[in-house]
Each structure stands twice: as structure tokens, then as C-alpha cells.
Design a binder for this molecule. Structure first.
Ligand code: ADP
Ligand code: ADP
Length: 207
């Protein structure tokens, strides 16, 4: 099964993807996580990613698509994947179809997590990450265990989140009709507890 988790920054895509991995037994592919790993390793490519990410701008399509092409050929993704934060433009959506077609696959469903902008800012600014495991927490809604050293992503500031949200509205949301035309879109209310949202996603997927 190839599934897309769609929605604005902070909608809960990563949080819900982590739960779906166990249920569906396919990996999560997060372009954001992959780019942060490249940035941390200090490679030239990582530096290029950083120049866009730190300002909350989208990384150019050709760079993201090249990254995805490489990732999709890895053996763990042979049976399907949960795409988290990709595609983020119509170009990326079309490129993903081409890549999947070469593998004899196609997208089964796209789940949009709908969360209003006022919740988005609070979620993003309160997000914390365990650098060792990559696990995501929230200072209020999903607090980290006491004693665990968590960090804040450098782009999780109020200024940058507004820029990222604008990017979502201007470039990412307009890709939805591409999937709507094929009847692949399930809209899910992303406001509620982490468990409630997970139940809604499972219902939408029929799993
Ligand atoms: P979010 O919490 O906003 O969903 P991500 O971890 O998915 O964050 O992405 C963080 C940043 O990485 C984005 O603001 C953007 O700069 C870059 N990025 C991640 N995925 C993509 C993509 N598919 N296309 C372009 N840029 C991306
Ligand atoms: P995305 O991957 O879409 O950017 P995350 O899954 O990282 O979003 O979630 C953003 C922040 O909001 C995290 O701090 C996470 O713990 C928190 N969060 C996720 N789902 C919910 C929810 N249903 N209610 C409140 N906070 C949530």
C-alpha cells in the first residue's frame, strides 16, 4: 500500500505516521527527516537543503524528487510506504506517480489532516524532538518523559511557521485536486487527541 499523509506543518503527519508503521508494516518516508539527516551530516547537499529549510521555504522540486527516487529503491520500501510531507507541489505529485509506476505501484489513498491555523502555530512552537530516537513530543499535548533531553527544531519558531504555512496554502494545497480527480482524497479532522485522530485515520483507510 502506498499512502500519502497530507496537511499543513504541525498537522500531526509524523505523529500519526509513526503509529501507522506498526499497523501497516510499511516504512514512513519523510522528506523533512531525510533532509534534516543530510543537514546534520554537513554534506554539500545538506548545506543546500539548510538554506531553504531555515527560512521555511520549500526545497526545489528537482532536489526533492532526486532524494525520493533514491529512497524508493531501498528494499524496505518494496511493498509500499507512508509518504509524510511529500509530495508538496503538483510537480512532486506527478513525479511520484512516475516513480511508482516504474515499480508497478500507485497511490491507494491520500489522507489530509485538517487543522486550523491557530492550532498549527501552537503545535509547531510546542513541538520537541528526542534527538536520539527522532520521536516527537509536545510540551502540552504529548509531554516527553521526565529526564529525557529533547530539542526544538530550528524552524519551529513562530516567524518561520507562518512562512511554512503560507507555502502550504500557496504551493501544496493546490496539488489536492490532482488526487481528488481520482477519488483518492480522505479528509480527516486533525483536531482531537492523538488517539482520536488515529481512529479517524484508520476508519478513513478501512484498516
Ligand atoms: P512540517 O513539520 O512542516 O511538515 P517537514 O519536516 O516535513 O515539516 O519539513 C521541514 C522543511 O523541509 C520544510 O519547511 C521544507 O523546507 C523542507 N521540505 C520537506 N519536505 C519537502 C518537500 N517535499 N518539498 C520541498 N521542501 C520540503
Ligand atoms: P507534522 O509532521 O504534520 O509537522 P507532528 O506530527 O510533528 O506534525 O505534530 C506537530 C506537533 O503537534 C508535535 O509536537 C506533536 O506532538 C503535536 N501533535 C500531534 N498530533 C496532535 C494532536 N492530535 N493534538 C495536539 N497535538 C498534536
Amino acid at each position: 500500500m502506498d499512502l500519502i499523509l497530507f496537511g499543513p506543518p504541525g498537522a500531526g503527519k509524523g505523529t500519526q505516521a509513526a503509529r501507522l508503521i506498526d499497523l501497516l508494516e510499511i516504512p514512513q518516508i519523510s522528506t523533512g527527516d531525510m533532509m534534516r539527516a543530510a543537514r546534520k551530516s554537513g554534506t554539500e547537499l545538506g548545506k543546500k537543503f539548510d538554506s531553504y529549510m531555515s527560512d521555511g521555504k520549500l526545497v526545489p522540486d528537482e532536489m526533492v524528487i532526486a532524494l525520493m527516487e533514491e529512497r524508493l529503491t531501498q528494499p524496505d520500501a518494496a511493498k509500499g510506504a507512508i509518504f509524510d510531507g511529500f509530495p508538496r507541489t503538483q510537480n512532486q505529485a506527478e513525479a511520484l506517480d512516475v516513480l511508482l509506476e516504474k515499480l508497478g505501484r500507485k497511490i491507494s489513498k491520500l489522507v489530509v489532516l485538517e487543522v486550523p491555523v491557530k492550532n498549527i502555530v501552537e503545535r509547531v512552537v510546542g513541538r520537541r524532538v528526542d534527538p536520539a530516537s527522532g520521536q516527537t513530543y509536545h510540551i502540552r499535548y504529548n509531554p516527553p518523559p521526565s529526564g529525557l533531553e529533547v530539542i526544538q527544531r530550528s524552524d519551529d519558531t513562530e516567524d518561520v511557521v507562518h512562512q511554512r504555512y503560507e507555502g502550504y496554502k500557496a504551493k501544496t494545497e493546490p496539488a489536492l485536486p490532482y488526487y481528488e480527480a481520482r477519488g483518492l482524497v480522505a479528509r480527516v479532522d486533525g483536531v482531537g487527541s492523538l488517539d482520536e485522530v488515529f481512529e479517524r485515520i484508520k476508519n478513513a483507510l478501512g484498516v
